[in-house]
Ligand binder design. Structure first.
Ligand code: TMO
Length: 317
């Protein structure tokens, strides 16, 4: 009974609002004043891009909040609304967590960047030029060269310096095992991305071989870095997905994710976010501002926004 008496009133109000907005040219509701919550992870392009997007949203009058977040658990946080977006969803490392959260409900796919991705073990080009592992980048070369890649902590085996374990757990130890390389190679996890770049610099200085986890787009795209070519990835090949583990990483996509309410709470910001599309070169440059030019992440984002108004202004219009 109550509902019945409410409906006509609602319909009258809605009709009034529609004619009002038609008369004044107001096309849609304004964005909520609630902050758009942007996660901060632990690699440079992601952090710079977080502040780039935050700056874009602020230029539209939105409020923004940044939260440090685990790069796997963040998809559950987006699902339940604690975090609003993820702007670098890397297929190889986060595809599974992203789709798991989407399946549970609450996360939407907000589009794909033009940049394609690879997250893989590799070597700086000078390792190949100095012939420290003849046959690279083919992975089978690893059967014969581990002596050139030992370190004080590697127990006589060659060392793979992986990224932080929070990125992909035991993927690389499992791969060494699956490919029959575990008696010659061992995995150490870096404490953070900076440890990978420090290792590249010190190995070069000491003239010793080094194999590190790396990715593209990254600042190293401009530096000369070669990814090892492992047996091709296919859906389900990883140990963690029930496969035999004898595969490398996919040549993957880079997506954007959002909480399902974002298009309704912040329609203008969501529209802008859905238009955001970065290339390999642009993302590599964002990383380089920090890792090559040694800028602070926030300053790097400010510089990027100032230098690239022609790129992002059309997105926020
Ligand atoms: C997720 N990452 C780009 C570090 O591989």
């Amino acid at each position: 009974m109550k509902l019945r008496s409410f409906k006509p009133l609602g319909a009258v109000l809605a009709a009034g609002l529609i004619s009002l907005s038609a008369a004044t040219g107001v096309a849609r509701a304004a964005d909520s004043t609630q902050p758009i919550v942007i996660p901060i992870h632990n690699w440079s392009s992601q952090i710079v891009m977080a502040y780039v997007l935050g700056g874009m949203f602020e230029s539209m009058g939105n409020n923004v909040e940044y939260v440090p977040a685990d790069s796997q658990a963040v998809y559950e946080s987006i699902r339940n609304g604690d975090v609003t977006i993820s702007h670098e969803v890397w297929q190889s490392t986060f595809g599974k967590s992203f789709y798991n959260a989407m399946q549970k409900g609450g996360v939407i796919d907000a589009g794909t960047h033009s940049a394609t991705t690879l997250e893989e073990m590799g070597v700086p080009n000078w390792v190949i030029e100095q012939n420290l592992c003849p046959g690279l980048p083919n992975w089978e070369a690893l059967a014969d060269c581990h002596e050139n890649f030992t370190t004080a902590d590697s127990g006589g085996k060659g060392r793979w310096l992986e990224g932080p374990q929070s990125w992909h757990g035991d993927l690389m130890p499992e791969r060494l095992e699956a490919l029959g390389l575990a008696d010659k190679w061992t995995v150490k996890f870096a404490g953070g991305a900076d440890a990978l770049w420090t290792e590249l610099a010190s190995a070069k200085k000491e003239g010793r071989g080094t194999i590190v986890f790396n990715w593209t787009p990254n600042f190293t795209d401009a530096d000369g870095f070669t990814f090892i070519e492992f047996p091709e990835y296919y859906e389900g090949c990883r140990k963690s997905d029930g496969g035999d583990g004898k595969c490398g990483s996919p040549k993957g996509w880079l997506k954007k994710a959002a909480n399902y309410k974002f298009p309704r709470t912040h329609p203008a910001a969501y529209t802008a976010f859905s238009r955001v599309d970065f290339s390999t070169k642009q993302i590599g440059e964002m990383a380089a501002l920090v890792d090559t030019d040694k800028m602070d992440h926030k300053d790097a984002a400010k510089k990027w926004l100032a230098d690239n108004e022609g790129v992002w202004q059309p997105w926020v219009k």
